[in-house]
Design a protein around this ligand. Structure first.
Ligand SMILES: O=P(O)(O)OC[C@H]1O[C@](O)(CO)[C@@H](O)[C@@H]1O
Length: 483
């Protein structure tokens, strides 16, 4: 049964607490993100207006350009109004019936919040309000003719991906080095376990670069976060506050010859998706346990940098393209470029043969509904998966391991409520727990944290560290299938 927010075991994080990260988000981060979208549309509209004089007056082309321009202007007005309402703590308005999924469902939760007088920008639960924001933005474009397939974050995602080439070449080299030892790795459990940890951590820290959070970071800062390799990882080990790596490795070892299927509930496009592919490749190519990997994207632009089907589709062509990743950026020499090409060729063959698949058709358009994709952008925590997305639920029950990437997935797994920090992960994930094995790889970018010893939390608090939100700390949480 779906639990109403008023019935949650602890109150949700919301901006009424001015010391929490959600307050900062409403005051600073969301307005920056909204301003970025306005700029992007403004630039597109500017280009249209420059092209207008060259079009034949009254032609279809000119009429379409005029309409697109006017629609762009109307979207800008709506976003500006939204910023204004947000700053003045106005109530969230109902999502219009725009023909896409969950408008009614978002509004139903909003009505419950209105009853509790928690329906304004500075009082609504942070998790709900943030999901609502991206769904509302989607409604602004669905109501147009020419902007329906507009992803306001596309250019940002591409640019950051392009800027990740150093770490990408480095990881391709690591995988190339593994190639020479492939058989011995598969046969040596000790070696495999060590590599496993490296891969888990590479995939975990790949989550540190998230565009919705990095509103204030330079390219150099981002490159620093992407530092990969053994030493960097060893240095970061102490920042993993909950470490179930050994448990997940033992579990995977128990799957030997069981044709395991691993699912990734994806987070960010670009570098993080690249690390997901590397991890998936490692599981299939270098371990004897996994036969198939399924990737789950978001079907609308989401939390700035989340993977959409079209991001997924363009990733491998981008990695192949010499104009996207200039081989001269391969600091380790031209052979690094070859290593990358070789690895990506293998990924493409996995996609062709169905070893790697996307949970929805790869050509799914933005906003197109799919029973295995809609739920991830709904208004609910994952506690409600069984009731709200039965087909997806059944499908995931067939998985040997579902990897949840990133902070938002963690917030949705735990409901983003004020659990005491020592609450077991199993308790926090509620009815979701034990149905299929879960591995959550999360760098901390929001207040909710569970399954961490009280003394650890107290020490970090006493040191004045913003350890819950600064992206420097992480949690690796594993929960097996209930026996
Ligand atoms: O990409 P990730 O890891 O899910 O991070 C997104 C998270 O980062 C934030 O943007 C900042 O905390 C949150 O709004 C959101 O939970």
């Amino acid at each position: 049964m779906v639990i109403r927010i008023s019935e949650y075991p602890y109150p949700p994080y919301d901006p009424t607490d001015k010391s929490g990260f959600s307050y900062d988000t409403v005051v600073k981060r969301w307005p920056i993100i909204l301003t970025g979208i306005i700029d992007t549309i403004y630039r597109i509209d500017h280009d249209i207006s420059v092209s207008l004089p060259s079009l034949t007056a009254g032609s279809t082309e000119e009429t379409q350009a005029q309409t697109k321009f006017a629609e762009g202007k109307a979207i800008i007005e709506k976003i500006s109004q939204l910023k204004y309402d947000m700053a003045r703590d106005r109530p969230l308005e109902c999502i219009p019936a725009d023909g896409e999924v969950y408008a009614d469902e978002y509004n139903e939760v909003l009505n419950q919040l209105a009853e509790q007088k928690h329906n304004t920008w500075f009082t609504a639960p942070w998790l709900y309000a943030e999901c609502y924001l991206y769904r509302l933005l989607r409604s602004f474009v669905t109501q147009t003719v020419h902007w329906k397939s507009f992803d306001p974050f596309y250019a940002q995602k591409e640019e950051t991906f392009r800027g990740s080439s150093k770490a990408i070449y480095q990881l391709a080299t690591t995988i190339h080095e593994l190639d020479a030892e492939k058989q011995s790795i598969r046969d040596d459990r000790g070696k495999l376990a060590i590599l496993f940890k490296e891969m888990i951590q590479m995939c975990l820290w790949g989550n540190a670069t998230d565009l919705s959070l990095l509103t204030h970071m330079s390219h150099d800062d981002i490159a620093h976060l992407q530092t990969v390799g053994k030493e960097a990882q060893a240095a970061r080990l102490e920042f993993i506050l909950k470490d179930d790596q050994d448990k997940v490795i033992s579990y995977l070892e128990s799957l030997k010859d069981k044709d395991a299927r691993v699912d990734f509930v994806l987070d960010n496009a670009g570098f993080e998706l690249f690390t997901d592919f590397v991890f998936a490749d490692f599981l299939v190519t270098y371990t004897p346990y996994v036969k198939k990997v399924v990737f789950h994207p978001k079907l609308i632009p989401w939390f700035v940098s989340d993977v959409t089907p079209s991001d997924f589709k363009s990733t491998i062509p981008s990695l192949f393209s010499e104009s996207f990743f200039n081989p001269s950026n391969a600091s380790g020499g031209p052979q690094q470029h070859e290593y990358l090409q070789k690895m990506v060729t293998r990924w493409q063959s996995y996609l062709d043969s169905g070893v790697f698949t996307l949970a929805v058709p790869v050509d799914t358009e933005l906003g197109q509904s799919h029973p295995k994709g809609d739920f991830w952008t709904g208004p609910w925590p994952y506690w409600d998966l069984q009731e709200k997305a039965p087909e997806l639920w059944e499908d995931l029950r067939g998985s040997s391991l579902v990897v949840f990437k990133g902070d938002l997935n963690y917030r949705k797994l735990t409901g983003d409520i004020k659990w005491p920090v020592t609450t077991p992960f199993e308790t926090a994930v509620g009815s979701f727990g034990g149905v299929f094995p879960i591995l959550s790889l999360r760098t901390n970018k929001a207040d909710v944290v569970v399954d961490v010893p009280q003394e650890v939390a107290d020490k970090l608090d006493a040191a004045g560290e913003k350890w819950r939100v600064n992206g420097k700390y992480a949690l690796v949480s594993f929960l097996p299938r209930r026996a």
